[in-house]
Every structure is written in C-alpha cells, then in structure tokens.
Design a protein around this ligand. Structure first.
Ligand SMILES: [Fe+2]
Length: 278
C-alpha cells in the first residue's frame, strides 16, 4: 500500500492518459503521494485535480472553508486575531470520510502548506488486504451484514476530548445527515470490484439485526484486526506534498500535533456517484 509518484506537476495541465494512470495507481495502491508541488499551486488547480476523482463536497464545518473556494476545507492549528483559521485535530481516530452520508467520499486530497517540526503524519490501513486475510468462516459470517452509522467517533464521545469529531453548531447539525446511515460491512470497490471491510471504525456503532453489544463487539474485533501495524502505511508531509487516498479501501487516522508548531493543509473531499454496494 502507498505509492509515490514522480514527474507530475499539478500547476500544469494534466492529460487524460496521465490522469488515468494516476487513478489506476490510486486504486491499486490506495494512497498516492505527489511530493513537493510548486508553491504556485493555486486553489483552482488543486480543485481541478481533485475534481477529476469525483465531485467535491464542501465540509459541514463551513467556518473553516477556504475564503474564496468553499470546496476546500482548511486544516490548521494556526490562530489569527485569536481565532483558528482552520480545523485543528480533525479525524484523529480510524475512520473513512463521509461514512455518515448515504453516498460517502470517493478520494480525499490534502495539500500540505505549513509543516510542523514534528508530527502531523497521517496513518492509513489497508481494508482490502485486511478483508482478504480473514478466515473463510469469518468472511461468510460478515458478508451481507449492514452497519449503522452516525456523524462522530463512536469510541470517543466526550465533548472535551481532542479526538472527537469537531462539535457542530445548531445550523450545521441541521445540514448534516441526522438519519442513521446503512452501509454494507463488506463493500465492493466501485471501480475494481475488489472487496474490503468498510467503516468498521469511526461512524459505525451497530450492526443491523444484531443486539447492540454484539454488533459493537464484532465491529471492534474487525477494527482491531484491520488496523494492525502490518496493514498500515504512514505519510509524513513535506511542504508542497499532495496526498490522495481512496476511501473505499482504506481507513485513515490523523495524528495529534504539538500546538506550538504551525501546520496548515488544504483538503478536498470528493463524493462517490452512488451508494456503496456489497
Ligand atoms: Fe478523514
């Protein structure tokens, strides 16, 4: 898992054949890294690139949207005039993006602008390999099951914690999905057809048709299996790095950063065109 691509300059037009190769690399390796893009990479060009994976969907936390390009979410621990310029500490637990929506995220892209002296890595975990390695009896038991999902981190609901999903305003609560969202526990990749565990950590809190404690125990057992170090890939960022990951085949987790060191990234999350299928 994980591929670094060289020779792609996102400030220049990208031909269809090159993009097709990039997309195929993403599907094969789940996470791609394009190191050291020029500082002149504009919000427009970054969005152009992201938009080729899917339709960008602005994040519900609208106070952290890029001022002129709302499809970009600013992730930052920097404060300006006593106010945060971006979302700090987002997603520091294993999850897949937008799994609290019926139609969840396709690729998520980050563009690294300010890099802290230490920390700020993103961890990824290969959910296709984790599924493939399960005993056949377990596969038979879980194929066809449906998870129930809600916005937030099922394993940390304490409002003062740094690892919860960011609290929403009343207005944002109204816009976000408040319904329980059903997803296949084992999903087929929308492009390759390969099977992967899906959303076994993060927003899932139960399994349809199972007593709550039993469903949660099964989800936790699968999450423990699928996030073992042998399935993980870690990205450390340099200035200008662009990273994209495939939400259908990986879980990811941010790591907490030391608030003394400035860190800023732009994020674009793109949507699938249809609901996940088993
Ligand atoms: Fe995320």
């Amino acid at each position: 898992m994980g591929a670094e691509l060289f020779g792609v300059d996102l400030t220049q037009p990208l031909g269809d054949a090159t993009f097709a190769e990039i997309r195929e690399t993403l599907h094969r390796h789940h996470v791609i890294v394009l190191r050291g893009q020029p500082a002149s990479l504009s919000p427009e060009r970054f969005l152009d690139f992201a938009g080729r994976f899917g339709r960008p969907e602005p994040h519900v936390l609208d106070q952290f949207h890029h001022p002129t390009h709302p499809d970009i979410l600013i992730l930052s621990n920097v404060q300006k005039d006593g106010k945060p310029i971006g979302l700090a500490d987002g997603g520091t637990y294993w999850h897949t993006d937008y799994s609290y929506f019926d139609v969840p995220a396709r690729a998520t892209l980050l563009y690294s602008i300010q890099v802290p002296k230490v920390g700020g890595d993103t961890l990824f975990s290969d959910q296709e390999q984790a599924y493939a390695d399960l005993p056949e009896a377990t596969k038979r038991r879980i194929d066809g099951l449906v998870t129930l999902n809600l916005y937030g981190n099922r394993d940390d609901l304490a409002p003062e914690s740094r690892t919860i999903a960011y609290p929403l305003t009343e207005d944002q609560k109204a816009k976000r999905s408040i319904a329980v969202i059903r997803h296949p526990l084992v999903r087929r990749h929308p492009h390759t057809g390969r099977k992967a565990l899906y959303s076994v950590s993060g927003t899932s809190f139960a399994i349809e048709g199972m007593p709550d404690d039993e469903g949660l125990a099964l989800l936790r057992e699968l999450a423990e299996h699928s996030t073992q170090p042998r399935y993980q890939y870690r990205v450390s960022y340099g200035v200008g790095d662009v990273v994209a990951w495939d939400n259908a085949s990986v879980l990811h987790s941010a790591t907490l950063t030391d608030p003394r060191y400035a860190r800023t990234l732009w994020r674009v999350t793109t949507k699938e065109v249809q609901r996940p299928v088993a």
